[in-house]
Design a protein around this ligand. Structure first.
Ligand SMILES: Cc1ncc(C[n+]2csc(CCOP(=O)(O)OP(=O)(O)O)c2C)c(N)n1
Ligand code: SF4
Length: 246
């Protein structure tokens, strides 16, 4: 029988899974590994992994990686990119608490300098690993353990849209928001990741890919309910689109 699918070499075997059922980190990290393999980059890629559930990727990614706690991944990636052999592909893998809250300074300045790195930003609108606290990306009215009555604009401000914020800067060359809530969405996400890595190989500069995600555990939903919530609410607040492609 013809073999039509095999697991990517970019994930260590045996892949037993460490994410909660229905969590998009699984399909996103697999997509990243597949794209690197398809582009023949597994031997020269380095992933700088932030804090949060993205750390679980440290167990699985079968290419060079390191951890950069407390939102500093873009700064660490900048240093790596400047010091590593020229053909090294350096990217970060960060959650929304890590990137948009704890590490807001680092992402802004790496983007503004137009560093030749790629950012993989997983937005699940909560602090997943630490128990569902409100993140900068939490929707208005969405409940969190630190806002049990829901995000209230008067008290907590509005959700932050990182693609739109970074789109105000001059230097970034590629900014796109995608969602892996359907097979077609996964294919689009892989195309965006490929573009982000190719831009770096071409020396073009800073690429930012935001992948919309869920956190069934902290949203208090089943996997299917969380996908329905994403489609009904999250993807209306965070529109899937390409913001910039130079
Ligand atoms: C400065 C700082 N404060 C708090 C923490 C604790 N902390 C570790 S992971 C995390 C939440 C990360 O959430 P997010 O980036 O959204 O990732 P997720 O787990 O949702 O994928 C926090 C607050 C930290 N590491 N550093
Ligand atoms: S806590 Fe949330 S973000 Fe973390 S693995 Fe579970 S579902 Fe995913």
């Amino acid at each position: 029988m013809e073999k039509i699918y095999s697991r990517t070499k970019g994930l260590q075997a045996p892949f037993t899974g460490g994410f909660c059922p229905g969590c998009f980190h699984g399909v996103i990290s697999k997509s990243v590994a597949e794209v690197l393999e398809e582009m023949d980059l597994l031997d020269r890629a380095v992933c700088v992994i932030g804090v949060g559930c993205c750390c679980i990727c440290s167990r699985y990614f079968d290419f060079d990686k390191m951890n950069a706690p407390h939102g500093r991944a873009p700064a660490v990636a900048t240093g790596l990119k400047h010091g590593a052999p020229k053909d090294t592909v350096v990217f970060t893998y960060q959650g929304d608490g890590d990137l948009a809250s704890i590490g807001i300074a680092e992402i802004m300045y790496a983007a503004n300098r137009g560093e030749n790195i790629t950012i993989v930003f997983v937005n699940n609108s909560t602090y997943g690993m630490t128990g569902g606290q409100m993140a900068p990306t939490t929707l208005i009215g969405q409940k969190a353990t630190t806002s049990p009555y829901g995000r209230n604009v008067a008290e907590h401000g509005y959700p932050m849209h990182m693609c739109e914020v970074l789109n105000q800067l001059g230097a970034p060359v590629f900014i796109e928001r995608v969602s892996c809530d359907s097979p077609a969405g996964v294919l689009k996400a892989k195309k965006a990741l490929q573009k982000g890595f190719q831009n770096q190989l071409d020396g073009k500069g800073f690429s930012f890919i935001e992948l919309m995600s869920s956190c069934p555990t902290n949203w208090g939903m089943t996997p299917l309910e969380s996908v329905a919530f994403m489609r009904e609410h999250t993807l209306k607040e965070f529109e899937v689109k390409n913001f910039r492609d130079r």
